[in-house]
Design a protein around this ligand. Structure first.
Ligand SMILES: [Zn+2]
Length: 371
């Protein structure tokens, strides 16, 4: 999609000259088709309508980026190496996908191309913690901390996606070693047998929290969701697919839930669960379970299911930008604002009115580089 914009501009210019180039709404002072020029130096984006959170939301402004960061916003007369006319375009923060498996399906570049500037990898072999993932920001759990023969070691995750623990002490050791190895979140599934015992889960949560790490859990049923809340898990890695009672939803009033509706079929029950978790006060984080799901970038079907669960366009945008940036502590992303990374989506429609526009950006910029 991103390459096609450059191609389109180049073809337009070749076919019809400068008028068509101007009409295509992208580069006005770069050579047609010369996308490389956009990857260095300063860039001034003119007349973009900023959407999302922050002081410039809803305003039509100029945005100056230098060395990969946003350095000025307003009615600017700044000089820049490249000028991009964004009149009639919307500028949204790049997205954060709060549930991916980039070792299972290693398509990080395609995710970046589709507007995912940051992600949370919730299960991968231990060696993945050493991967160089720049320019993506990747929070990683490494292997799940699970029971002997527990999820997912007997199924899709047999090749290193789980550390099997017998008891509380082994769980504590696993969390300590993951933390020392660079994990920035811990994942502990709560499933049918074989699952960690309640004391082992509690010990794991305490070990993680004492190191400043949040804990995510795969918990899909009412009983599992109640147990996860009881032992202090911070975030449900999925919207539960089995019907929750009011008590089940209420147990997450102070917790968070990662949507992943599409990956599990987008059932009416799951959509209703997400609606009720939100109503109870849970924080909703956009997430796709990429790896299980194979669609790269921002997933239109997930956005649509979030809308069905009652999120407004502004809330859908927030669930993939400002909300996860704050919840996970990802500085530099979440809004189009001075001091943030120059990571954003150029959109042809207002995503507040048409959330699907997020899934087909006209251009994606990550750290000041056009994808
Ligand atoms: Zn997953």
């Amino acid at each position: 999609m991103i390459a096609s914009q450059s191609t389109l501009c180049g073809l337009s210019a070749l076919a019809g000259g400068l008028l068509l180039l101007a009409l295509c709404g992208c580069v006005v002072q770069a050579e047609p088709g010369d996308s490389q020029i956009l990857q260095v130096g300063s860039v001034l984006f003119q007349d973009a309508t900023v959407v999302g959170s922050g002081p410039y939301a809803g305003q039509s402004v100029d945005v100056l980026i230098e060395s990969g960061a946003i350095t000025a916003i307003g009615d600017l007369n700044a000089k820049a190496d490249t000028v991009v006319d964004l009149s009639g375009r919307w500028l949204a923060p790049a997205f954060i996908d709060s549930h991916v498996h980039l070792s299972f399906l290693p398509r990080r570049e395609q995710m970046l191309d589709g507007g995912i500037a940051a992600a949370v990898d919730l299960a991968a072999p231990i060696h993945s913690l050493d991967d160089d993932v720049a320019p993506m920001i990747l929070l990683q759990s490494g292997p799940m901390v699970t029971a002997v023969q527990g999820y997912p070691t007997q199924s899709w995750g047999s090749l290193g996606y789980g550390i099997e623990c017998e008891n509380e002490s082994e769980v504590q050791k696993a969390v300590a070693s993951l933390s020392a190895g660079g994990a920035s979140v811990i994942k502990m599934p709560v499933t049918e047998a074989r699952s960690l015992s309640e004391p082992a889960l509690r010990a794991g949560v305490e070990a993680a929290h004492s190191r400043g790490l949040k804990v995510a859990s795969h918990a899909m049923t009412q009983d599992q969701v109640l147990l996860a809340a009881d032992v202090g898990i911070d975030v449900l890695a999925h919207t539960p697919t089995a019907q929750l009672s009011d008590a089940g939803a209420q147990a997450w009033s102070k917790g968070a839930v990662i949507s992943t509706l599409r990956a599990f079929g987008g059932s009416d029950i799951a959509v209703d669960n997400l609606r009720r978790l939100r109503a109870a006060g849970a924080t909703v984080l956009y997430g796709t379970d990429f790896g299980n799901l194979q669609t790269t970038g921002i997933v239109a079907a997930e956005l649509e299911l979030l809308a069905r669960a009652g999120l407004s366009g502004a809330e859908i945008l927030a669930s993939g930008t400002s909300v996860p940036a704050q919840w996970w502590g990802i500085e530099g992303l979440g809004s189009v604002d001075v001091g943030k990374r120059a990571s954003f989506l150029v959109l042809g429609s207002n995503p507040i009115e048409t959330p699907a526009a997020l899934a087909s950006p006209e251009a994606v910029w990550v750290n000041g580089v056009k994808r």
